[in-house]
Design a binder for this molecule. Structure first.
Ligand code: CA
Ligand code: CA
Length: 288
């Protein structure tokens, strides 16, 4: 449980959120895909010694336009367990999986309260996590979250927006880009400070900040980014365990409500966000 929470906190909200299981989704207006599922144009390749965790993770979103606005209705996560780590496609063009449903459906989160956004108010936190992680997740969708734990065991749950989807009604392209999410200064700093190998950025998470205290990791967490649309990470690397322990310690002195958390990449690019429920995250971190 520790690393699942830690990674969601430390890493997977960094860009536009890269995630395994998607527990929440905030869409954008226009360019509807009502009636079909749009592909979220971002992929995560995971290497892990935990069965069901490794493979290629992808997500799809469906909208409901019955109220005249582009409300998110359901967001699904798929896992392709057969995909080789870090290669994304057999043709190397990073496009194969962007066009089709691949893998098996492992989660579906729905907008149970009808506000057009899927987030943690639509289901219980424990309904998300499979029994092996100590949760109550099951395939029943009536509670807002359907989980197929035999198809995959996600280590991260994310609620966020993305920068690009495949779109039924997008002009000139089958994809449409979200406006206003990208942080150009942050991206510029990441690019300038990252090594490049085989067409990919090699990025290290070097520091974590909670409130005003910053901790440098002895073992940075390395991951690979292909054009900021495809990411690969080995969850068994030492830095992941270290980050878990450090984060638990750093959060232990914080109040139960919202707390500011920051991550530094390559010692050069800093990104800050907020954990809304510090008590719940701390509790999960301490659980194992
Ligand atoms: Ca909702
Ligand atoms: Ca359920």
């Amino acid at each position: 449980m520790k690393r699942l929470i830690t990674l969601s906190v430390v890493m997977l909200l960094l860009f536009w959120s890269m995630g395994c299981a998607i527990g929440g989704y905030m869409g954008w207006p226009g360019k509807t895909t009502e009636g079909v599922f749009a592909k979220v144009v971002q992929e995560l390749s995971v290497s892990s010694s935990i069965p069901g965790e490794s493979g290629l993770w992808l997500s799809y979103v469906q909208y409901d336009n019955s109220k005249g606005v582009n409300n998110v209705k359901e967001v699904r996560t798929y896992r392709d367990a057969t995909a080789p780590f870090g290669s994304f496609t057999t043709d190397g063009m990073l496009m194969q999986h962007f066009n089709d449903f691949v893998g098996e459906k492992v989660t579906a989160a729905v907008d149970t309260n009808g506000d057009g956004i899927i987030n943690f108010s639509d289901y219980s936190f424990l309904d998300v996590w499979c029994p092996i992680w100590g949760g109550n997740a099951d395939p029943d969708m009536n509670d807002g979250f359907a989980a197929f734990c035999k198809k995959g065991t996600w280590s991260v749950i994310v609620s966020a927006s993305y920068e690009e989807e495949s779109k039924q009604s997008a002009r000139g392209s089958k994809f449409a880009q979200h406006i206003g999410i990208i942080d150009p200064v942050f991206i510029q700093n990441v690019i300038a400070s990252s090594d490049v190998a085989d067409g990919a950025f090699i990025i290290n998470i070097t520091d974590m900040t909670v409130a005003d205290a910053t901790q440098t990791l002895v073992s940075p967490i390395m991951f690979t980014a292909y054009g900021f649309k495809a990411f690969a990470i080995d969850l068994d690397q030492p830095g992941v365990s270290e980050a878990c322990s450090e984060l638990a310690i750093m959060l232990s002195g914080q109040p139960d409500g919202a707390v500011k958390v920051g991550v530094t990449l390559n010692g050069a690019a800093y990104k800050e966000f907020e954990i809304l429920n510090c008590a719940a995250v701390r509790e999960m971190l301490m659980a194992r």
